[in-house]
Design a protein around this ligand. Structure first.
Ligand code: PHE
Length: 335
């Protein structure tokens, strides 16, 4: 009994002197499974019946007293200096590591490959004039790509949102003399309905290579090397005739299907080939607009859609997924 009285004294003093960050440890020391009070109550077994009753009562009283103390001080302990409730027993919050968006990732890779091939980067404005977006690219007034349906015009001005990155070709050639090896990445705008393969805002990478004696073989060499780097060394390329007002001849580059390796599947519609970009030799009419000697210089140009490249590389079948900001999708898409 004397011991319990002393113990009570001792405990109350230490509780009074303790600072709130020590409460947790004291609580365990006194009330824990191996705590002082608990061992007293456990030790009662060996005590004669009469004494056991009294000591038990006292020990339980002390236990209640200490519990009461912690009950009163708990709220205080759980409040931080800012007064907000903090539960330090909650598991820690995991840091979600950020990741590069698939479109940025594909763009970074495209840029890296062309940098290694000796290209540098040019940028142009997203708000363009009719002259750079159409006129100087030999897109005649009646050409369908000028149709109000396709282009966002800015009211009461000759300005528009660029429909492709090709105007950067003109801006670059106005500034520089050949040899030119540039790519121009950037955002483009078209009045397209949103669907699995269209978005009114999308990204392109333009390419322009001008020098003496540039031929279609140079175009095929550079673009095939790029395709092999981007999609893998087994990728084959194929060039079919096409039409763009600013290139002559014009072509569409296909790569062997990245999903079936060319055997035929539903993505390539059982052709074994995927169309990935437009290209061609720079039309001399474009050189005339920028004052280049059409006898001396020739060149090639290409334009590709970054979303399409990202979708093919990461196996994304709906462009809308790229813009919905669904964390689960974005986490899972690039392994
Ligand atoms: N500007 C064309 C488009 O947006 C692509 C292209 C660029 C084609 C350069 C040939 C040369 O479709």
């Amino acid at each position: 009994m004397r011991d319990i009285k002393d113990l009570r004294e001792e405990i109350l003093i230490s509780l009074k002197n303790a600072s709130s960050n020590e409460y947790e440890a004291l609580k365990i020391k006194y009330l824990g499974r191996k705590g002082v009070i608990t061992s007293i109550l456990r030790g009662l077994k060996g005590v004669p019946k009469e004494e056991r009753k009294i000591i038990g009562m006292e020990a339980n009283k002390l236990k209640k007293e200490i519990e009461e103390f912690f009950k009163q001080h708990k709220v205080e302990r759980a409040k931080s200096s800012s007064g907000k409730f903090r539960d330090y027993t909650l598991p820690g919050r995991k840091n979600l590591p950020g990741a590069v968006h698939p479109v940025s990732r594909a763009l970074d890779e495209i840029i890296n490959i062309f940098m290694r091939l000796g290209f540098s980067i040019e940028y142009g404005p997203e708000i363009e004039s009719d002259y750079y977006n159409f006129e100087a690219l030999n897109i005649p007034k009646h050409h369908p790509s000028r149709d109000m349906q396709d282009t966002f015009y800015i009211a009461e001005s000759d300005k528009l949102l660029r429909t492709h990155t090709s105007p950067v070709q003109i801006r670059t050639m106005e500034r520089q003399k050949p040899p030119i090896r540039v790519i121009a990445p950037g955002r483009c705008y078209r009045k397209d309905e949103i669907d699995p393969s269209h978005s009114p805002v999308f990204h392109q990478v333009e390419g322009l290579y001008v020098d003496e004696n540039v031929t279609f073989a140079d175009l095929k060499g550079i673009l095939s090397a790029f395709a092999g780097d981007f999609f893998g060394p087994d990728t084959k390329t194929r060039f079919t005739p096409s039409f763009f007002p600013f290139t002559e001849p014009s072509s569409e580059m296909y790569v062997s299907c990245v999903f079936c390796g060319g055997k035929g599947c539903n993505v390539c519609q059982y052709t074994g080939w995927l169309e990935v970009l437009g290209c061609g030799l720079v039309n001399p009419k474009v050189f005339e607009y920028v004052g280049y000697d059409t006898e001396k210089y020739s060149g090639f140009a290409f334009g590709l859609g970054v979303e399409r490249f990202a979708m093919l590389k990461y196996g994304i079948d709906d462009m809308r997924l790229l813009y919905e900001n669904n964390i689960e999708f974005l986490k899972g898409v690039i392994k």
